[in-house]
Ligand binder design. Structure first.
Ligand code: FES
Length: 504
């Protein structure tokens, strides 16, 4: 299901796929907001840049986000002060506030019409028991120098106990912004190639790299890995440090006058709200239903709870769009920005932006650009990509190890408890055929699609996602459509496909 942004954008530009070998200064892999921000800044500095994108512009996370541009990353600053230091929290706040200004500067200088508007951002609670956490966050953020406020009245259509308000935050249409960045990149004679899958990066000389797509090679001095999840496993080991989370969004016409502001609540179940103007109409976006990618979930717990929430306050509302998105969550909650690995000099990465990729991607781009220009960036220490500090989020670390072990070993040994005839049309499951596990999807017309249900990233057993009709990996979040075509990284190879239609 495609997002509101993808469904309503009239694309005025398309890009070719790579069809010959190229030499360049900088090769950016991935055309989401982070990759294109890097390419934009480097183009303006006069570097020769090319961007290689596996799908089309912003088709993955950036095209499916709620696109809140804010330094308010949930209730986060008290956590940062306690887990790191006051200076760490203060710098994190400053650099994310700076990102809002940087994005506005790009929009103004490129004259990008992307529906940018300043909004207040709120983390609220409806529970008395949560009030002390909100008040504590207000105290901490004020002490870090941002004049935030504690409020009890907001625009939401229900009562709250209290909220922390950050002023002068913003929202926009993320895809329109990306197309503006593309114009800025190509107007400097730099090139963007879509539908071009990168399969490998290898050192060519001490100062250059060879980047392979399926058919061609790019030779570059610097490489920026701006894929959603880093796809090179060794070195880097990002698969040991991050998991993916899926969340759901609906866009509704409330048939009522809507409020201002961007909102998220402080505890589960999480709901997020913002408005968006589409074709002169103000719609309400409601997000939530989050779960770890690959963990089986049902409609009622995902879109269902959002629809219920919408109908509670707007009984006559019309649901116009629904979609879901995936975010990379670092176990210590801090993005990874910098060198991909100490053994790959001049290869850079930006990932793990959690659900706050609009500001984090700009922060990452400014740090990487400074590194390429050999300039010291005073905020780079916050996001050190080769950090080896003990993981603070011990519960998640334990979950990830247990989940990976189960999916890699134990789940593969367990026998499947479904048989072919148990699978209903328009549904899927893993069954056993001749002692081999086979992933079956029966289309609404009964046609059978069969795949080897083993992830092409690191071999975890996949699980069936009955909402999207995909095979999802519980280990690091790769996804494949029912025909086995890879649709989400870190895997980039398709699943093995079996033709069973003559047998069943
Ligand atoms: Fe890593 Fe599937 S995503 S094993």
């Amino acid at each position: 299901m495609n997002s509101l942004w993808i469904n309503t954008l009239k694309k005025n530009k398309s890009f070719p796929s790579l069809s010959k070998d190229i030499e360049t200064d900088i090769c950016v892999i991935g055309a989401g907001i982070f990759g294109l921000s890097c390419a934009y800044y480097l183009s303006k500095l006069g570097f020769k840049v090319i961007v290689l994108e596996k799908d089309s512009i912003g088709e993955k996370t950036t095209g499916h986000t709620t696109a809140k541009i804010t330094s308010q990353h949930g209730l986060f600053y008290d956590y940062l002060v306690n887990s790191y230091s006051e200076k760490f929290a203060s710098d994190y706040l400053k650099v994310n506030e700076m990102a809002i200004k940087n994005i506005k500067k790009i929009i103004d200088s490129e004259k990008i019409k992307c529906d940018f508007e300043y909004q207040n951002s709120y983390v609220y609670t409806t529970k008395k028991s949560e009030l002390s956490n909100i008040k504590k966050e207000v105290e901490v953020v004020q002490s870090l120098g941002l004049p935030c406020e504690f409020v009890t009245k907001v625009g939401l259509p229900f009562n709250i106990e209290g909220a922390i308000c950050f002023k002068n935050q913003a929202q926009f249409n993320p895809l329109k912004y990306l197309y503006g960045l593309c114009n800025g990149i190509t107007s400097n004679n730099n090139k963007i190639f879509t539908n071009t899958t990168v399969t490998n990066i290898e050192k060519f000389t001490d100062y250059t790299y060879l980047i392979s797509s399926e058919k061609n090679l790019v030779r570059a001095k610097f490489v920026i890995v701006a894929t959603h999840y880093p796809f090179i496993n060794f070195p880097g080991f990002y698969f040991t440090k991050m998991y993916q989370s899926t969340s759901y969004i609906i866009a509704i016409d409330t048939k009522k006058t809507l409020f201002n502001g961007m909102y998220i609540n402080s505890t589960d179940p999480i709901f997020s709200f913002r408005t968006a103007k589409i074709a002169g109409k103000k719609l309400l976006l409601i997000g939530g239903g989050e779960h770890k990618t690959g963990k089986p979930s049902c409609y009622a717990d995902t879109y269902g709870i959002l629809e219920k929430e919408a109908k509670k306050y707007y009984p006559d509302c019309e649901i116009l769009y629904k979609w879901n998105t995936r975010d990379c969550i670092p176990l210590d909650k801090i993005p990874y920005i910098g060198e991909y690995s100490t053994s790959l000099p001049n290869v850079f990465v930006g990932t793990g932006f959690k659900k706050w990729g609009m500001t984090s991607s700009n922060v990452a781009a400014t740090i990487i650009v400074d590194k390429i220009c050999n300039k010291k960036n005073r905020y780079e220490y916050l996001f050190n990509s080769s950090r080896l500090k003990p993981i603070k989020n011990k519960d998640e670390l334990k979950n990830m190890i247990v989940q990976s072990a189960n999916s890699l070993v134990f789940d593969k040994l367990k026998s499947a408890n479904m048989s072919f005839k148990d699978i209903k049309n328009d549904s899927g499951s893993i069954i056993e055929i001749n002692n081999e596990k086979v992933g079956i999807y029966k289309a609404p017309n009964g046609k059978v699609y069969a795949v080897k249900p083993v992830c092409t990233h690191l071999g975890c057993l996949l699980s069936w996602n009955d909402i999207d009709k995909t095979w999802d990996c519980p280990c690091h979040g790769s996804r494949f459509d029912y025909r086995g075509k890879n649709i989400y990284d870190p895997a980039f190879k398709d699943l093995e496909y079996y033709d069973l239609n003559n047998d069943y």
